[in-house]
Design a protein around this ligand. Structure first.
Ligand code: NAD
Ligand code: DAU
Length: 341
């Protein structure tokens, strides 16, 4: 089986590539990533010489580049490629629409033309909007995105649905809650806390710190995608989450405590615009239909994650200094900032 993974140099995509190569010894992976600021080839160092993994720097919104890749013969597409950070979407929504909506449409056209056997769209619980103090997101919850990021992801999801309804393309959409684990870019809450705390810098907590996210260890997300890819009923949406709701301030305090850093680093700052109050996933469908359940408990997963960052301070330092982009310059002769994406 030849799987096209897009966005496979990012946080979840790189974890998924590593996971799949290990779990499926006969599969080949074509890993397509534009290497924006969020793409990091150093995440893939351990598989540099693995002949079952081929990396291609390309933009999913570029029709010709995608045509060339699909023409090589692809069985399954797993689309992780996206602009993924809510704060950036508030500053620059345009690139979110380009990649998350138009890029998805380019991939869908190619998938249709080359008759792939499954198109799996990796989406997010944020498309459902924000919850009050009770209730959970199910697959039937109406889409009510509140940020340019989540609106662009919802746009991508609707196109995926439409290609299934109109053209019969075999698709699945997965909607996962907040991930944590190795290789996450330190603009996102958990690695940001770790990076700043290690430098004794203030930790910015938006608003009152009582917004709630539902945390899932990245490997549990990868396992769920693997299951949906193989066994998901065509046209279906599957929510992914491990019932691990925590307030942001709880996350900050937990990480600081484990790092032995003082709570005085916490600094309450102005709230994020349109800040969703609470996310909570009902994963019943995935559990009952496909037998998925998370393996990692939050209390141990967060400790392992913190230890991973402590043991990979060289990785963090190269991300923070921008040195991680040197590989791109060496191999492709252009800097990420020079990319047309
Ligand atoms: P990320 O920002 O770490 O990685 C995104 C990757 O996509 C990067 O490697 C980037 O270079 C690449 N990319 C961006 N634009 C591209 C383009 N035009 N063409 C090709 N590649 C491009 O994101 P992530 O956190 O790993 O998220 C991956 C996917 O999972 C996204 O679709 C996101 O919406 C979804 N998701 C993320 C979370 C989370 O908690 N991080 C939770 C649920 C769903
Ligand atoms: O729910 C899934 C989503 O989770 C994914 O679709 C997104 O790609 C991913 O980025 C993540 O979105 P969030 O906005 O929830 O993640 P972020 O790490 O940016 O923020 C988590 C919470 O912490 C959120 O309530 C905002 C808050 N926050 C974040 C940052 C970066 C702070 O209080 N301070 C910060 O500095």
């Amino acid at each position: 089986m030849k799987i096209l993974v897009t966005g496979g140099a990012g946080f979840i995509g790189s974890n998924f590539v590593l996971y799949m190569l290990q779990e499926h010894p006969t599969y080949d992976i074509i890993n397509v990533d534009a290497l924006t600021y969020a793409g990091n080839l150093e995440n893939l160092k351990s598989i540099e010489s693995n002949i079952r993994h081929t990396f291609i720097q390309a933009d999913i919104a570029d029709v010709q580049q995608m045509e060339n890749i699909f023409a090589q013969g692809i069985d399954v597409v797993v689309n992780f490629a996206a602009e993924s950070h809510v704060d950036r979407s508030i500053l620059s929504p345009d690139v979110f629409v380009r990649t998350n909506v138009m890029g998805t449409q380019v991939l869908l056209d190619a998938a249709k033309k080359y008759q792939i056997t499954k198109f799996l769209q990796v989406s997010t619980d944020e498309v459902y909007g924000s919850l009050g103090p009770t209730g959970l997101f199910t697959e039937e919850t109406p889409l009510m995105p509140n940020s340019p990021y989540s609106a662009s992801k919802a746009g991508g999801d609707l196109l995926v649905r439409a290609y299934h309804e109109t053209f019969g393309l075999p698709v699945n959409i997965t909607r996962c809650s907040n991930n944590y684990g190795p290789f996450q870019f330190p603009e996102k809450l958990i690695p940001l806390i770790i990076a700043r705390a290690l430098n004794n810098e203030a930790i910015p907590v938006y608003g009152d710190g009582l917004n709630i996210r539902d945390w899932l260890y990245v490997e549990d997300h990868c396992r769920a995608i693997d299951l949906v890819m193989h066994q998901g009923r065509s046209g279906e949406v599957y929510n992914i989450g491990g019932n691990n709701e925590r307030t942001n301030i709880h996350i900050v305090e937990t990480v600081l405590e484990q790092l032995g850093k003082p709570a005085s680093l916490i600094q309450y700052v102005q709230d994020r615009l349109g800040h969703d109050r609470r996310y909570g996933i009902d994963p019943t469908k995935l559990q009952t239909e496909l037998g998925w359940k998370p393996v990692h408990h939050f209390e141990t997963g967060i400790k392992e994650t913190i230890n991973w960052y402590l043991n990979h301070q060289d990785w963090m330092a190269r991300v923070q200094s921008g040195a991680y982009q040197d590989d791109v310059k060496l191999q492709y002769g252009k800097q990420v900032g020079d990319s047309d994406v």
